[in-house]
Design a protein around this ligand. Structure first.
Ligand SMILES: Nc1ncnc2c1ncn2[C@@H]1O[C@H](COP(=O)(O)OP(=O)(O)OP(=O)(O)O)[C@@H](O)[C@H]1O
Length: 513
């Protein structure tokens, strides 16, 4: 790997030995080369970004740095010492922890139990000393200023609290090096600010972070070094301040990339209304009425708690609304029924691809064609050739990085899994495409591909709802309805300014209603 320039940082650099150094790491999965003589050096006290396109090898490196997988070749050292043997989990926990997007907290246990249950001294008769356990948990959280009641069940924690509890747990094992894997993906603006404040505080207390994100502005905000991986290789490591945004994108993609142009088409008056949502009220009380014409792209924007996801889920049948009707091309959809919505011509990219999206152990072909049995066979008999053809088309159209249609979805990187979800939504040639946070966890180039799809389908007369708080997602819309606290507070015509939209999502500027 290239030399690591160590520019002056404003953080407390204590000594110069790297907290972690991975050198010449190669890792293969069958015929896939996930890492090729790649490496990284993270120095004490820095917040170091690891970026790269989907499938670049980031997660594979994290699994090797945390002792979950062995590299085929190469070495890992912590503070100059060889990494522990793979099986010695406790020794690894003393060095490093990763806070993943998916929680590793057990929801049915309390916060205190999650923190200490398996390593707490027991009293006479090996009984758990609950008071002592709770006190230790309280002390730990107080030490790291985490304001959470240790008796509450972990299932009641917000995403943000859960992350803080996981960080405190890692610190309690002695680790002072923490990997954050897409930590902001499920947080709203205020939550991100609090997380960043916490990272700065911990950094001042001597904690080193490796920060993985597809949001480049976050890297410029919070990190001082950045390492770029591309196609399984280390491309560069540099101080963030010395790398321009175009140079960073170019390093990630090997080319210059710009986001899809916001092409705005004026829909003529005689284009028919395809989707009509009338007086929809969700179980949590969010309200929406809207009409979308054939070929129209309507954004539903809003921060956390705005109700945008709830209304979208009610439209597509993932949740049963309290009242209201959804009509698609003259057909009233059955409330709370996804099969009915699919049958009526809805294509869906759900918010959580792990929960409602994919069956990980099935192949790309099986996942993509799951909702369109009629396209791949007759009378219950599936034609494998036709199924593979549909999948190959998706792989080509969406530039899915995989060796073929039979690869299990669990072997794909996160961003490529998201493309499979999009492929499945498109496989039915939907009349209405509903995209809920479609580019979460997706790199710049893949974002361009996914958003480019919208332009293709709208040309064919599909109505599209884009439900998101990402400005890049919303920019492709003909108009954006902004929700705040369960209501549409503003409709923004195409050509809005970033500031106006962000202000509206934050609930500012309500006089425009
Ligand atoms: N268990 C596995 N079996 C087979 N292939 C795998 C496995 N894990 C990862 N891969 C492959 O290794 C490559 C690197 O994947 P990795 O998950 O490390 O990428 P990533 O940079 O984390 O991507 P993303 O940003 O999309 O999460 C990809 O081509 C992926 O398909």
């Amino acid at each position: 790997m290239s030399a690591t320039p160590t520019g002056p940082t404003d953080g407390p650099v204590v000594d110069d030995r790297p907290v972690v150094e991975a050198t010449n790491i190669t890792k293969r999965f069958g015929s896939t080369l996930a890492l090729s003589e790649a490496g990284i050096v993270v120095r004490r006290g820095e917040t170091h970004a690891l970026v790269g396109r989907n499938g670049a090898g980031k997660s594979t490196l994290v699994s090797i740095l945390t002792g979950l997988q062995a590299a085929d070749t190469g070495t890992v050292t912590f503070d100059g010492e060889p990494a522990p043997p793979l099986g010695d989990r406790d020794a690894w926990r003393r060095q490093v922890a990763c806070v993943y997007q998916k929680s590793t907290i057990i929801p049915t246990l309390t916060v205190a139990e999650n923190l200490f249950l398996n390593r707490h001294a027991r009293g006479p008769g090996r009984l758990i000393r609950w008071n002592a356990l709770r006190n230790d948990a309280r002390e730990l959280l107080a030490e790291w200023s985490v304001d959470v009641d240790v008796r509450q069940p972990a299932s009641t924690l917000s995403v943000e609290q859960r992350q803080f509890v996981e960080i405190a747990r890692a610190l309690s094992f002695g680790a002072r090096f923490i990997i954050l894997d897409e930590p902001t993906a499920q947080l709203d603006g205020a939550g991100i600010n609090r997380l960043f404040g916490r990272i700065q505080d911990l950094r001042a207390q001597g904690v080193t972070f490796l920060f993985i994100s597809h949001h480049l502005q976050e890297i410029y905000e919070i990190c001082d070094q950045v390492t770029v991986f591309r196609d399984a290789r280390h491309i560069l490591t540099a101080p963030v301040a010395e790398l321009s945004r175009p140079a960073l994108v170019a390093a990630m993609t090997g080319e210059d990339v710009s986001m899809p142009e916001a092409v705005h088409r004026r829909l003529s008056a005689d284009v028919p209304v395809l989707l009509s949502v009338q007086d929809l009220v969700t179980a949590s009380g969010a309200e929406l009425s809207l009409e979308a014409k054939a070929g129209e792209v309507v954004g539903i924007a809003g921060g956390g708690g705005s109700g945008k996801v709830e209304v979208a889920e009610a439209i597509v049948g993932l949740a049963r609304p309290a009242s209201g009707t959804v009509t698609l091309d003259g057909r009233v959809l059955r409330p709370g029924s996804v099969p009915d919505a699919l049958d009526a011509g809805v294509g869906l990219v759900p918010q959580d691809r792990h929960r409602e999206g994919l069956v990980p152990l099935l192949s790309i072909a099986e996942n993509v064609t799951m909702t369109v049995p009629h396209r791949i066979g007759r009378r219950g008999l599936i034609s494998p050739a036709r199924r593979d053809a549909v999948a190959r088309q998706s792989i080509a159209d969406l530039a899915i990085k995989a060796s073929g249609p039979h690869v299990p979805v669990s072997d794909l990187s996160g961003g490529n899994q998201q493309k499979v979800v999009m492929g499945r939504a498109l496989a039915s040639d939907p009349k209405l495409l509903v995209l809920i946070t479609p580019t979460a966890g997706v790199d710049v180039r893949s974002k361009q591909t996914l958003l480019g799809v919208v332009d293709d389908v709208r040309r064919d007369g599909t109505a599209v709802l884009v439900v998101s708080d990402e400005l890049d997602d919303l920019r492709i819309c003909d108009r954006v309805l902004v929700m705040f606290q369960g209501r549409v507070v503003r409709e923004m015509a195409h050509g809005w300014s970033d500031n106006d939209l962000v202000a509206a999502m934050e609930g500012v500027d309500l006089h425009h209603v």
